[in-house]
Design a protein around this ligand. Sequence first.
Ligand code: HEC
Ligand code: HEC
Length: 167
Amino acid sequence: MRTLLLLIFINLFLFSSDLKKDVALVKNKVYTNECGACHFAYFPGLLPEKSWKKLMSNLENHFGDDATVDKQTFQTLAKFLNENSAEKNMNYKRSRKIVNSIPKDEVYITISKTPYIHKKHKKIKKHLITQKEVKGLFNCTACHKGAKKAIFNDDDVDIPNYGKWED
Ligand code: HEC
Ligand code: HEC
């Protein structure tokens, strides 16, 4: 019994020390160029694989825009997204929380509408999100100063025309 408990503790310790902040900082040049042309190149760890698959299956009508790419580019992007998706990064806190917040039979193609991310932004006044300096929640980099470095901590938030976020 004692050794069993000890083993459990060791495991817990190892597991928690392996828990990383936010999302995995992964980069791919083709991805940054293509998927960072109109907005911040979202880290793959912000959505599960099935979300990326669904989103990539309809680039002709991508939120009203045409985001199609040639076949070879498509394969590079799809591979990068799937290999680095949220479920592949469950040791990262935000990836894990996003995945765990999504009901089994639902597929979100917007990060900002996933239950976890949606909930995290509920306290922000609407006009601060819709103002022209931000436009919408999709625009992570407008408020999260470290977003490009995969830092999404609330201490690192600075909302235009509002300032630092004090919780
Ligand atoms: C031609 C411009 C354009 C390109 C290129 C583009 N997007 Fe988008 N994307 C948009 C627009 C517009 C929206 C909607 C923003 C809004 O909510 O108003 C969007 C939204 C998104 C969202 C949802 C953001 C949220 O609210 O959580 C994801 C995810 C996304 N794009 C991924 C991609 C990926 C992956 C690629 C590359 C294959 C890509 N985009 C390329 C224009 C583009
Ligand atoms: C209008 C500014 C704004 C935009 C745009 C925005 N956020 Fe946030 N975000 C915030 C604020 C403010 C908080 C802290 C809210 C709180 O603590 O109540 C936050 C919290 C978070 C948290 C939780 C951080 C923590 O320490 O608990 C995550 C993760 C996050 N945002 C990710 C994103 C992602 C990903 C995007 C883009 C898809 C995004 N945010 C867009 C302002 C913004």
